[in-house]
Write a protein that binds this ligand. Sequence first.
Ligand code: PGA
Length: 242
Amino acid sequence: MQVLVCKNPAEVAEAASMIFASLIYEKPNCILGLATGSTPVPTYQRLIALYNKGLLDFSKVRSYNLDEYVSLAGTHPCSYRYFMNTELFDHVNIDKANTHVPNGLGDDPEANAREYDKMLEECGGIDLQLLGIGRNGHIGFNEPRNDHFVYNTNIVTLTQSTREANAQYFDKPEDMPEKAISMGVGGIMAAKRVLLLATGKSKAQAVHDTVKGPITPMVPASILQAHQNCQIICDAEAASLL
Ligand code: PGA
């Protein structure tokens, strides 16, 4: 695990977008693992800016997102499908048919989870997986637990900490779903390269525990210590406890 400490969130985004851009230049049909949340937004903005300058072509890129709320349609402004469309996909020449977000709709979310794993297996492997990190050390919606890591895509009951962090995006905080569908840590660890971004003081403890603590399902991101090609790019605040 390699840690790069930048001065501020703008530098984090600059470094991350360069890593994405080089991959897309080198391998135009690459498979990206994408993340939602406030942290990757400035990175997506830089990728859009490069596209607008004619420097990036997403036409052959395929993508798989980490997670989605259960029972929220992709047209709901708080869904992660909506987020990806408005923050990135609508602004570049990616073919939406090549973009995948776990499906939280329908009567059988568990079957959707199995279907997502099948798609991940068949896609030939994610080249670069982008991650944010929760204040509690979650990656995707893999929440801390005291028994074991969950490897497959699964249905998660969101913790209080995550609900508090994300309720702000909903008009009425009580509208926030209690469950989500998330790629498991197995899907994340199978990516050829992992890039975790962390900015701000609220992430300092989680970054510390991820990098310096034991590998434990209580800190889901700590499993990245076992990944062969994982970089963490954080700003000075997020790195303040390292
Ligand atoms: P954030 O979320 O980027 O909005 O802080 C990150 C996460 O919960 O994974």
